[in-house]
Design a protein around this ligand. Structure first.
Ligand code: FNR
Length: 362
């Protein structure tokens, strides 16, 4: 197994150079460039969705039940801090702060990709900070290139409740040091599921999951998929910024929106639980995702930006405020439970309506 290291999150400055490996500076680049993308709140496909207002269908805020079930566990709130980071000194501190905010508010949190720590155990402490700070639901995170044994190590490293496998094809293509062979991903996902001691979630990283992808994953034995669509953090743009000539600049904005993914996936009945993420900016986006059938909603870029701007206490306030607004919005829509939200009437417009019509899922 991997020995958790003492040093880590608060390593003295003299230790700093040893952290500046190529991989750890990539992690710092990702955080810096993602923060830039979230400087201003952008419009996205969630703006193409409106709820039909019904004047008399409200319920009491005090009766609203926000619980949901993800990977067999009951969560008090149907939103969570989605996968981001770890692997460098700065990102270790970010993980510790995110995890303290998750603990203070009772929401689940996902680790960033743990590959760095699997290759170099000295970096493990930048991830184990998550479990040290949060006793709640924690997702471990790996890509489909790890061995089943490494996947189990990643789970053990965090004593994780579930394992996320990120599939990030478009990012790898644009990433200067990215993978070039994706042919064995389905087989590897199968092997990881067979070896994982905890439930597995397969997630995108902001390019979206088509219905075809979800059906393929279901056939591989995957029971929970996070569609993580376009609309928020754009890893094609991030990796283009890390190239000197932005060769793949035309891929910025690749993929389909989270809303379109939800419409597409949920148009066909399936026993796969769907999680939503990608471009979630506020509690209304959460409620729209739940109304479109998601069991829970992940937030990365927005929460990272709040942490940067307002610090850890500001992030705790933001999450608590979202929880309160979520209960209000559910009462407004006459939903006493998360599942009730699926009876709300939605109106679709804009590009999302055009695309949904093309796909026959409007
Ligand atoms: C990510 N994301 C991500 N996902 C993953 O599975 N493993 C990872 O290591 C990372 N790393 C990462 C770093 C940073 C800085 C960000 C902002 C995001 C992707 C993330 O989980 C999510 O799928 C997308 O960011 C889309 O959601 P948002 O950011 O639009 O809410």
């Amino acid at each position: 197994g991997i020995e958790p290291l003492e040093l880590a999150v608060c390593a003295p400055l003299a230790e700093a150079p040893q952290w500046q490996t190529k991989r750890s500076s990539r992690k710092d680049d990702h955080v810096r460039l993602a923060l830039q993308q979230h400087e201003q709140e952008a419009s996205n496909a969630f703006d193409d969705v409106r709820f039909m207002h019904h004047a008399l269908c409200g319920v009491s805020v005090s009766q609203v039940d926000t619980t949901t079930t993800v990977c067999g566990s009951r969560w008090e709130l149907p939103f969570y801090i989605n996968a981001m980071t770890g692997g460098s000194q700065r990102t270790g501190s970010i993980n510790a702060a995110l995890a303290r905010a998750a603990q203070a508010t009772g929401i689940a949190i996902a680790s960033g990709s743990q590959h760095a720590a699997l290759r170099d155990p000295a970096l493990a402490a930048t991830f184990t900070a998550i479990r040290e700070q949060s006793q709640g639901f924690v997702f471990a995170n790996v890509g489909p290139t790890v061995t089943p044994r490494q996947a189990a190590q990643a789970v053990a490293m965090l004593n994780a409740n579930a394992l996320q496998i990120h599939v990030n094809l478009a990012q790898e293509i644009v990433m200067p040091e990215g993978n070039r062979d994706f042919s064995d991903w389905p087989q590897r996902i199968c092997e990881i599921i067979a070896a994982s001691p905890v439930p597995v979630v397969v997630k995108e990283v902001g390019f979206g999951m088509s219905r075809r992808s979800v059906e393929q994953l279901a056939a591989l034995g995957v029971r929970t998929v996070d569609v993580s669509g376009r609309g928020g953090t754009d890893f094609a743009a991030i990796e283009n910024s890390r190239r000197t000539a932005r060769e793949y600049g035309y891929l910025d904005g690749w993929g389909q929106s989270t809303v379109l993914c939800l419409l597409d996936c949920l148009s066909a009945p399936s026993d796969v639980d769907i999680l939503a993420s990608g471009g979630v900016r506020n509690p209304l986006d959460v409620v729209i995702s739940l109304a479109l059938g998601a069991k829970a909603v992940g937030v990365s870029g927005h929460f990272l930006r709040v942490l940067e701007d307002r610090g850890e206490a500001g992030l705790v306030d933001e999450i608590n405020s979202w929880a309160e607004q979520l209960r209000s919005l559910m009462a407004l829509l006459g939903a006493s439970t998360v599942a009730d939200l699926q009876h709300a009437d939605l109106l679709l417009g804009g590009t999302t309506l055009e695309q949904a019509t093309l796909l026959g899922v409007d």
